[in-house]
Design a binder for this molecule. Structure first.
Ligand SMILES: *[C@@H]1O[C@H](CO)[C@@H](O)[C@H](O)[C@H]1NC(C)=O
Ligand SMILES: *[C@@H]1O[C@H](CO)[C@@H](O)[C@H](O)[C@H]1NC(C)=O
Ligand SMILES: *[C@@H]1O[C@H](CO)[C@@H](O)[C@H](O)[C@H]1NC(C)=O
Length: 449
């Protein structure tokens, strides 16, 4: 098959040799010369044009296109983008072929960034000239079904590589092993069904790995060797497979992990202790039903935890004990619940969002020991505020929008520090404000925002 394509290409090149070039100047001022419609032989600039100083070149094509050798060599480019026009449709058969030459991107200025969008990329011989200086290589929504190992081996200086939205299905053992300097790899949205053990071998310097929107089986050991990995995105990565926490054993340096949409059901004490530097943890849209103690409160570096859109019906008091955080997202957990006494004790956080979470009842001193800028309890289902519900809470803004609150007990806020109280959307007014125990300085906000 490869040989056939190669011969086809030679015939095509031969057939146009000798025919006149057609040159057009684009709106940016680049002069693009083609032999009949498909072969870009060279791109130059008009003397004195605005393009003189431009270091980025961007070309759209809507038919099969060949980039000849040294096509850009007279320009001071550092970055090139070649692509078919954007459409939302994802159809591999509709992609046109972009044929490159080993010397296509050789320039004196060193093209460091190459982005190809929506094309079947064909590189006869499979290797770029070793002097090609590309460090950031992105094949976005292209037609790759396999990692082109020989091609990337010819670019040993790669720092960032993306195959976002291609059609890779299996990542073979050692697929990227020549890329000793690679720092960031994006394999998002391919429908990968298998990561073979050892597929990341050799990526000793990898810091960022995006595997979101795939469907591979999370077998223990797949991240073996990724000792420097700090960011991992495995949102919706496993299709129908069950998540396996053992895969995190090999990534002890993680700081930031996204693992939303993975049907995770249960949080277990110390399950994240193998990643002691985690500061950002997203468990968005899983099927977690309770937050026990011992999971988050032992994570000393934790700044943000995303638990929105789960099925959380219980939060064990002390689950966030001792933490000093930025954000806790607990919104949209549509399971009826009661917030127990002391649930958020000894917690300091900028924003904590418990809106739209079917909270039916607040137990006395539920928020005792919580210090926050904003506590959002909007769109819940409690209908009154008892004498000690907010005892011991310190907050700049307490949002209680749309809760159908009909009564606030006398002195309910006597032991609460609150600067703004948002009561929009409750069938209550402030004629009894004097008995709620609020200082004069507290503002009551009756507007939605
Ligand atoms: C898990 O959560 C998803 C998204 O919220 C939901 O669509 C799905 O029905 C849940 N699955 C189970 C097994 O509860
Ligand atoms: C809490 O989440 C809701 C829903 O996304 C949002 O509208 C609201 O602004 C958030 N609250 C805060 C304090 O950020
Ligand atoms: C609000 O509460 C009142 C009385 O407690 C009840 O009759 C009404 O149905 C509630 N409204 C909503 C939208 O839940």
């Amino acid at each position: 098959m490869k040989i056939f394509i190669g011969i086809g290409l030679i015939l095509l090149v031969l057939s146009v040799r000798g025919e006149n070039e057609v040159c057009k100047t684009d709106k940016e001022g680049f002069k693009i010369c083609r032999k009949p419609t498909t072969v870009i032989t060279h791109v130059t600039r008009r003397m004195g044009s605005a393009v003189d100083a431009k270091t980025h070149f961007d070309m759209k094509f809507d038919d099969d296109t060949i980039i000849g050798p040294n096509a850009f060599h007279t320009l001071p480019l550092t970055s090139i983008l070649l692509g078919m026009p954007y459409t939302q449709e994802r159809n591999r058969l509709a992609l046109r072929t972009l044929t490159l030459h080993p010397d296509s991107f050789l320039t004196s200025s060193n093209i460091r960034s190459l982005t190809i969008i929506r094309a079947n990329v064909n590189l006869p011989g499979n290797k770029f000239n070793l002097n090609t200086a590309v460090e950031w290589l992105r094949f976005i929504a292209c037609g790759f079904t396999e990692v082109p190992s020989e091609m990337i081996e010819s670019l040993p200086n790669l720092d960032y590589l993306s195959f976002e939205g291609n059609y890779l299905r299996v990542i073979r053992s050692h697929a990227f092993s020549p890329l000793k300097l690679l720092r960031e790899l994006n394999l998002e949205g391919n429908g990968i069904v298998s990561l073979e053990l050892g597929c990341f071998d050799g990526l000793d310097n990898l810091e960022v790995l995006d595997l979101a929107d795939n469907q591979f089986s999370p077998i223990s050991g797949i991240f073996n060797g990724l000792k420097k990995l700090t960011r991992l995105d495995i949102d919706n990565a496993f299709g129908e497979h069950q998540f396996n926490f053992d895969i995190l054993q090999d990534t002890p340096a993680l700081v930031n992990i996204r693992m939303g949409n993975n049907k995770i059901k249960e949080l277990k004490p110390d399950m994240f202790s193998i990643c002691p530097q985690l500061t950002y943890l997203s468990l968005f849209r899983n099927n977690i039903s309770s937050v026990p103690k011992g999971v988050f409160n032992t994570m000393n570096s934790l700044q943000t935890v995303h638990l929105a859109q789960n099925e959380i019906g219980t939060i064990e008091p002390g689950a966030f004990n001792g933490l000093n955080m930025n954000m806790i997202y607990l919104l949209d957990n549509k399971v009826d619940k009661v917030i127990e006494t002391g649930t958020f004790s000894d917690l300091s956080v900028l924003d904590i969002n418990l809106s739209a979470s079917n909270i039916r009842e607040l137990k006395p001193r539920a928020f005792n020991g919580l210090s926050a800028r904003e506590l959002d309890l909007s769109e819940n289902k409690f209908t009154q505020i008892g004498a000690e519900d907010f005892y011991g809470l310190k907050v700049e803004e307490l949002r209680l929008k749309n809760n159908n609150i009909t009564a606030i007990a006398p002195n309910a806020f006597k032991n609460t520090k609150v600067e703004k109280l948002r009561l929009f959307g409750n069938p209550i007014d402030d004629k009894d404000r004097a008995i709620w125990g609020l200082p004069e300085t507290t503002k009551i906000l009756w507007s939605e925002y």
